[in-house]
Design a protein around this ligand. Structure first.
Ligand code: BDR
Ligand code: CA
Length: 318
């Protein structure tokens, strides 16, 4: 059983990934921590509470960071995730108290306390900017040795020529808080990055989404409803009649690591300049001496996956 804290900025694909976790028999969700990103912290926290109340009422939600560690908070992205952050699905007036529990602690404190309560057992599954994780590390660096695993949706390594989705050089979650990401990648915990190299090759086509809607009951209908704005965005911006599977790929990598091919080596994030937010890995096999990489732990980067199997896993889990 994987004990998971889900750190998220819901977010259309964040919502889809939450449903994936709730329905997976080998995942025990210990909590959901919100962070700014796809929408403001007010909206992502409300969405997390709504989603928890609807799908996992026993799972507490803790509110997290409203802004990056150092740079200015990015604006929300209504054309991608809808005006309310969850694809403009209708939310009840009481969405923010929708049967879910708001933990009184800030997200980073919730993370520290939960990790310390279950030493060696907790997986941090982070699919938004890494600000909460960086704050937790800053307050209690010892948690790095107590966490079982960290799995992050973020980054892009140019394996298939793609370096970014919000700038030519950066993926959104890293771009939104590059300083936090660089700190999180420097910590001595076992970390896997599930980036655009694999998430943009895992595609739920229009036909796949329609089949979920028609064959997978209420969950399939929810995925369909929540993904309408997101789907239109992919169509208009990329000519893609489907959607990239970003955050759910991190879930798949947790429960079926055999579906992913990993490359090991320290990872750095550019924290200034035109390529701010770019992720660079120095493969372990590269024998160049380079101070910038010294004393950084080797982390894992996903470079390939069995994409069809990931899609089938999502469908079967729902
Ligand atoms: C990531 O950015 C967000 O918009 C998505 O939810 C995903 O976590 C993809 O770059
Ligand atoms: Ca996200």
């Amino acid at each position: 059983m994987h004990k998971v804290i889900y750190d998220t900025d819901p977010g259309v694909d964040d919502a889809m990934a939450l449903l994936f976790q709730v329905r997976h028999p080998e995942i025990e969700l210990l909590g959901i921590t919100s962070v700014f990103g796809n929408a403001t912290i007010e909206d992502t926290t409300r969405n997390a509470l709504y989603l928890a109340g609807r799908f996992a009422p026993h799972v507490p939600v803790a509110r997290g960071a409203a802004a990056p560690l150092q740079r200015t908070a990015p604006g929300p992205l209504p054309m991608i995730h809808g005006g309310n952050g969850v694809g403009d699905i209708e939310l009840p007036d009481d969405a923010g108290t929708f049967g879910a529990t708001l933990d009184p602690r800030p997200a980073h404190r919730f993370i520290i306390d939960t990790v310390r309560a279950h030493p060696g057992e907790v997986t941090l599954l982070a699919v938004g900017p890494m600000t909460n994780l960086a704050l937790a590390l800053a307050e209690d660096p010892g948690i790095a040795r107590l966490v079982k695993r960290v799995i992050i949706m973020g980054g892009a390594f140019g394996i298939h020529g793609i370096l970014g989705n919000v700038s030519p050089a950066a993926e959104a979650n890293i771009f939104n808080d590059p300083h936090a990401a660089d700190q999180v990648l420097a910590a001595p915990w076992p970390l896997t990055l599930v980036g655009l190299d694999v998430t943009q090759r895992t595609i739920m086509s229009a036909a796949y989404l329609a089949s979920l809607r028609d064959e997978v009951g209420d969950d399939g209908q929810f995925v369909w409803d929540v993904s309408r704005v997101y789907h239109r965005f992919h169509l208009s911006s990329e000519g893609l009649d489907g959607i990239y599977v970003h955050d759910s790929s991190a879930v798949a990598c947790l429960v079926r690591p055999d579906l992913y091919t990993l490359r090991s080596g320290p990872v750095r994030v550019l924290t200034e300049g035109i390529a701010i937010g770019q992720t660079i890995q120095k493969p372990l096999s590269m024998p160049v001496p380079a101070q910038a990489w010294d004393n950084r732990p080797a982390q894992s980067v996903c470079i390939a996956a069995d994409y069809a199997a990931v899609l089938e896993l999502y469908r079967a889990t729902l």
